[in-house]
Design a protein. Structure first.
Lengths: 749, 148
């Protein structure tokens, strides 16, 4: 038995932190993210560092050689700040850089860059998430391509001894028209990359774009259609051992004794058995042998607290947690306030009230999480792992391994789906286990969680609850809205030390910043912590809050005798952008009608409508639904999205469709249920996700309003649950205020 | 020692007879294009062909493979139907994260080998693998294109 001491994620070291000088949405966040893993760094210190010795650090996104390797055949290897997980960012970057570099995007090979200050292009931070990649880096990546092209031109001018102004480029070659001579980028690369980059290279005019804004073919389609794409789970290292893990049945408990350790160690291929924080592991020569060993271990665990929701107690349940949220009487912290709601309610013609809830959700990405750890002879560490934030994982891995961050090399393969799964979530991340086991065995070790362990340990979308109260005037229009959001979100949990605001934005987003002209509003946030590991989940707070709000808005419409589409249009008097979008989705759907109506195939159907403002983009959604065998059947989803402008409309449409599928899956089917302190579903048989049979047609219209660029990966999701539920309410005459719909058998009104 | 025929090549495998074919392929033979998703035959990420028929390799013990010919994604383009399926997958740009797509391509190849002109019901009946990225409509479109 190897006893590995529990991790100490905390600590008070002052690790070198690079590039904290840039401000912006996450400008202060880099510090906070590090604080999230237990490092302490005062903003003033960060500022001093950035302006002192760290000031020599490169401005992120500017050092051409850190990003581009131009090969002899004029193709390019791009080291990307972002990780590809299906969202198409590799192709988008190739289009964006290729546009200014004058190189066909098809000639780019893109991989995720190692940790380094050059890649902190998301407002001074590096992450793949928040639908930030394209919108945060678009300008910088264009500039990078243009700067590289200018260096190639300058190198060519010197080589050909002609004025630089006499040279042009053409898809990977520099051309001297006067003499008919041409030099490939590959021939020029070494000389060009040695030049000092200029910082004043002009960018192309949008009217001259060849690739930006076009549905350029994705770069990864062939590898992903032939099994050649390599994910973390596919990494093979010479001499590698395989580890299977069994986690404590109650989060927070520890292994106490193993009754049959000698027997398990005698199984074929088993090398060793280990205790880990909150888990036991079997290491073997193949993963299947390790897993059989782990399954066979007879472990007794320490006892959880008998009851309560402060910890994952023996009595903890999702039902008890929801009751705790509902029962909370703590005063709220104002998150948004406008006008005078109190006097508006006092004068109301009618008051409407409702409560909504949505469950814990699993990410259920199809690639189970894994990590490979290998210590080199000099004690430094290589780590291959799925991650959305290499520098953060490097920091945590260094602490686990007892190394300096620079001694940890992070490799970030393509992700087999992520949806928010691969930020650092403490016990939901397998890589610390791989590090401890590699250390204990002296061999490279791969830890792979079985699907059952993943359903047990995945960090979940928080179970959520909100209360609404609306005041209606004599004309049936809402004059005041009081909203209370109760719970805890991933921003507060993982990045709370950074964001000093007492309001957790990931709990209230989607309830705030709505476009509707309701003159008196108040939104309160009440913090009630969850004892379980909570996470970002595609569209985060919007994933439930737009369902809450836009469903309640239909209740307001009904109470005021208004059609839900007409009410929204009436409340959008202040925003031509939103009116255009709402009209666009109606046109896309062949006109608005709520129903119920009889469709051509004889089914009785209804439509629901919703709007959302997620991640800098705007959406309007219509769903057409019928009922069959007590279940909602969604036939069509029409989604209009206005992200301001787009890089690749083909990828945008597919991302919106994929996000809509996930939103529908959560609406119809998904919930992580705790009973007796344990998660009930441990595989897809008990946690059904959207299958092909339930997939509706999805029609997407892109509106490029020219507003600042918004996100794409997540915004297609939030409008779907309310549009579907609003249609269901029209069909059944009763309003589902709790998801998923599969909890109840639906029947027509 | 058990002998398998995989992608028309003989392989000798040393493993317990109850080891799922999936892990023999991935861990013993390094054929990692076949994916582990759920291990209980629910998701279909591990789909291979056994004598041309789609099968979920996580549910097939090594001892039951016998002399059936195993085809994995690595060799799918050597089959003319498989090559058409891959061409449709690339042309329609089906994959997003791509993790489930080896299994989807194998399931589609199996369908079109048995039923060259499938109806919509045939497609629904055969294409039951899960995709968390929601590429189902693109998958159906690619199957139709490969059948045309």
């Amino acid at each position: 038995m190897n006893d590995l001491s529990p991790l100490r994620a905390g600590g008070h070291d002052r690790e070198p932190v690079r590039n904290l000088s840039r401000r912006g949405f996450l400008g202060a966040a880099s510090g906070a993210l590090l604080l999230g893993v237990g490092l302490r760094l005062e903003p003033a210190v960060a500022q001093t560092r950035a302006e002192g010795p760290a000031a020599v650090a490169p401005k992120p996104g500017t050092r051409v050689a850190a990003f581009l390797e131009i090969r002899p055949d004029n193709s390019v290897r791009l080291l990307s700040p972002f990780v590809e997980g299906g969202q198409g960012i590799n192709t988008g970057l190739a289009q964006t850089i290729g546009e200014e570099l004058d190189l066909d995007p098809a000639r780019f090979a893109v991989e995720c860059a190692p940790p380094g200050p050059d890649y902190a292009v998301v407002n001074g931070l590096r992450m793949t998430g928040g639908s930030f990649s394209t919108r945060s880096s678009f300008e910088a990546m264009r500039r990078l391509g243009a700067t590289a092209r200018e260096m190639l031109l300058r190198a060519a001018a010197a080589k050909l001894a002609v004025p630089q102004a006499s040279l042009t480029t053409e898809d990977g070659r520099v051309i001297h028209a006067g003499s008919g001579r041409a030099l490939g980028y590959g021939e020029l690369a070494a000389a060009a990359l040695a030049l000092q980059p200029r910082d004043d290279v002009p960018l192309k005019a949008a009217k001259d774009f060849r690739w930006i804004g076009k549905p350029v073919a994705r770069l990864d389609m062939r590898d992903k259609s032939t099994g050649r794409a390599v994910y973390s789970i596919d990494i093979r290292i010479d001499g590698m051992l395989h580890a299977a893990v069994r986690h404590a049945p109650h989060l927070g408990t520890e292994p106490e004794a193993i009754a049959n350790e000698a027997e398990v160690r005698a199984l074929p291929g088993v090398q060793s058995i280990h205790r880990l924080p909150g888990a036991v592991a079997v290491v073997a020569d193949t993963w299947w042998r390790a897993r059989k060993g782990a399954d066979a271990l007879a472990v007794t665990w320490t006892k959880p607290a008998p009851e309560g929701v402060d910890t994952v107690s023996a009595g903890f349940s999702s039902a008890a947690m929801l009751a705790a949220l509902k029962d909370s009487t703590a005063p709220g912290i104002p998150a948004e306030q406008e006008g005078d709601p109190d006097s508006a309610f006092a004068k109301a013609t009618k008051v409407v009230e409702a409560e909504y809830d949505a469950p814990y959700l699993a990410h259920a990405q199809l690639e189970p999480p894994s990590a490979v750890a290998r210590f080199a002879a000099d004690g430094s560490l290589d780590l291959w792992l799925p991650n959305q934030m290499p520098e953060l994982f490097q920091q945590v891995a260094a602490k686990v391994a007892g190394l300096q961050p620079d001694d940890v090399r992070i490799h970030s393969p393509m992700l087999g789906g992520f949806f928010g799964r691969h930020f650092y979530y403490g016990p939901a991340s397998p890589f610390p286990q791989a590090i401890l086991l590699a250390k204990a065995t002296g061999r490279p070790v791969r830890v792979l969680w079985s699907r059952e362990e993943e359903f047990g340990m995945d960090a979940v979308r928080p179970l959520s609850f909100a209360r609404f109260k609306a005041a209606l005037g004599p004309d049936g229009l809402p004059v005041a809205l009081q909203t209370t959001a109760v719970g805890e979100g991933p921003i507060g949990r993982w990045f709370g030390a950074l964001f000093k605001s007492p309001v957790d934005s990931s709990v209230v987003e989607g309830l705030d910043k709505k476009p509707y002209a309701i003159p008196n509003r108040r939104l309160d946030y009440v913090k009630v912590p969850h004892p379980v590991t909570i996470a970002f989940w595609r569209s985060v707070g919007h994933s439930m809050n737009d369902y809450f709000y836009e469903s309640f808005l239909d209740e307001v419409a009904q109470a005021g005798g208004k059609d839900p589409f007409d009410l929204r249009m009436a409340l959008l008097t202040d925003s031509a952008r939103h009116r255009t979008l709402l009209q666009t989705v109606a046109d896309l759907a062949g006109g608005w009608r709520r129903g119920p109506f009889t469709a051509e195939d004889g089914t009785r159907r209804a439509r629901g409508v919703s709007m959302a403002s997620p991640f800098g983009s705007e959406t309007a959604t219509i769903a057409e639904v019928s009922l069959k065998d007590g279940e909602a059947r969604v036939h069509d989803l029409w989604i209009a999205i206005d992200p301001g402008s787009v890089v690749n409309p083909g990828i945008v449409k597919r991302q919106v469709e994929g996000a809509a599928a996930l939103g529908l899956s959560s609406t119809l089917l998904e919930q992580v249920v705790y009973e007796g302190g344990q998660r009930q579903a441990r595989n897809f048989d008990a946690y059904p996700i959207l299958d092909r049979e339930r997939m509706p047609r999805v029609h997407v219209a892109i509106v490029e309003s020219g507003a600042p660029m918004g996100g794409i990966g997540e915004p297609g999701l939030p409008g779907v649950p309310p549009a579907v539920v609003n249609a269901v309410a029209a069909l059944t005459g009763s309003r589902p205020r709790s998801l998923p719909l599969s909890k109840a058998r639906l029947s027509g009104a | 020692m058990i002998t398998l025929t995989i992608n028309a090549q003989p392989y000798r495998v040393e493993a317990e007879p109850d080891t799922p074919l999936l892990f023999v392929l991935r861990d013993s033979l390094g054929l990692t294009g076949t994916k582990y998703g759920c291990g209980i035959g629910q998701c279909g990420a591990c789909t291979v062909l056994l004598d041309g028929q789609a099968a979920r390799s996580c549910q097939i013990p090594l001892e039951s493979v016998g002399d059936q010919a195993v085809t994995t994604i690595e060799a799918i383009e050597q089959d003319p139907v498989g090559a058409r399926v891959v061409a449709a997958w690339v042309g329609i740009e089906v994959p997003q994260c791509g993790y489930c797509q080896s299994g989807q391509v194998l399931a589609a190849t199996s369908l079109l080998k048995q039923t060259p002109k499938p109806s919509e019901d045939d497609i629904a009946g055969a294409m039951t693998n899960l995709c968390r990225c929601g590429t189902y409509n693109a998958i159906a479109a690619a199957v139709r294109q490969a059948a045309a």
